[in-house]
Design a protein around this ligand. Structure first.
Ligand code: PEP
Ligand code: MN
Length: 337
């Protein structure tokens, strides 16, 4: 349920409304917009009398929220969520460019890629240390050592780092990772989501291979309900009947999520297509559709990459693409102004 308050509500009346709700075991999430304050109520609201609340002097309107996700719901929080990461931000009109290799392989590789993507205008370095591979015989990532190499690359370039956690047992290793990624295969690992809700780093949740928007938003809800509101959603293609591409990029996710939630939306054209030649057109399509950022795999030697070489851009191709991405984004912003 949401309670929309009139502008400048009387503080005493607001206090007594809140105390009354808390006394009924309801949790209150206050959202302060530019002109209005909204109280998002979580808990068993079935016993609350809507007419009674509506009749209060300070209340403009009361609505039941039918969707099962509450904290992630735009009705609870009309303003876009903006997440501060180091000296950059995700959401709020900024275009976040996360770039880097699928897997961190060696110190030389990650430093070289980090410097290159930074020079091309990337705002975060993304690299996998723990890799969820379909085959147990494929390279599984460098693990903890991979995270240490990412930190070295961060020290060298100043780029915040993004990396995937696969299991609750790894949580300590991620204390100093700037954005913790939950991969598609773990989108519904509820124990992991709850744990990530109880730590302070932003969490980026990739969409499950065959997950609906609602299931995906419920995964965000798990993290938020556990206390961490800094959640980013990443569309990485869904499973369809098409086999030519690795997955099918669902660009509808951008306007749909914009409507349903206040959380930022990142698009990953690399895993969505599996083919380097398709990354540029879909990245540009995603920017034109209004995403908050992109996740693009970049490798200094794609032909010899230990994972996802066929979908990785080399630094030159990334540089060319990012120029187009940044100018398209600037052009669209100019049109909005
Ligand atoms: C990745 O980001 O490297 C990855 C494994 O992606 P996904 O979870 O989307 O398959
Ligand atoms: Mn990958």
């Amino acid at each position: 349920m949401i309670v929309i308050l009139k502008p400048n509500p009387n503080p005493d009346q607001l206090e007594s409304l809140k105390n009354w709700l808390l006394g009924k075991g309801i949790q209150i999430h206050t959202s302060l917009g530019t002109s209005q304050m909204i109280l998002g109520l979580v808990g068993d609201t079935s016993t609350l009398d809507i007419d009674l609340i509506n009749a209060l002097d300070i209340v403009e309107d009361v609505k039941r929220v039918q969707e099962p996700y509450k904290n992630a719901n735009r009705k609870f929080h009309p303003e876009d969520t903006v997440i501060q990461v180091g000296n950059t931000q995700v959401g709020g009109g900024t275009l976040t460019i996360m770039a880097g290799p699928c897997s961190v392989e060696t110190e030389e590789q990650i430093i070289e890629v980090a410097k290159a993507v930074k020079a091309s205008g990337a705002t975060m370095l993304r690299g996998g240390a723990f890799k969820p591979r379909t085959s147990p015989y494929s390279f599984q990532g460098l693990g903890a050592q991979g995270l240490e190499l990412l930190k070295l690359a961060r020290a060298e370039t100043g780029l915040p780092i993004v990396s995937e956690i696969m299991d609750t047992s790894q949580i300590k290793l991620f204390e100093d990772v700037d954005v913790i990624q939950v991969g598609a295969r773990n989108m519904q690992n509820f124990n992991l989501l709850k744990l990530l809700g109880s730590q302070p780093k932003p969490v980026m949740i990739k969409r499950g291979l065959s997950s609906t928007y609602e299931e995906w938003l419920m995964s965000a809800e798990y993290v938020m309900a556990s206390g961490n509101e800094q959640v980013i959603l990443c569309e990485r293609g869904i499973r369809t009947f098409e086999t030519y591409t690795r997955n099918t990029l669902d660009l509808s996710a951008i306007p749909v999520l914009r409507h349903l939630t206040h959380l930022p939306v990142i698009i990953d054209p690399s895993h969505a297509t599996g083919k380097y030649a398709l990354v540029a057109p879909l990245a540009l399509g995603a920017v034109a559709t209004g995403c908050d950022g992109l996740l693009i795999e970049v490798h200094n030697d794609p032909a010899h990459a230990l994972s996802d070489g066929p979908q990785s851009l080399n630094p030159q191709a990334f540089d060319q693409l990012n120029k187009k991405i940044l100018s398209l984004h600037a052009f669209l912003k100019e049109q909005e102004a």
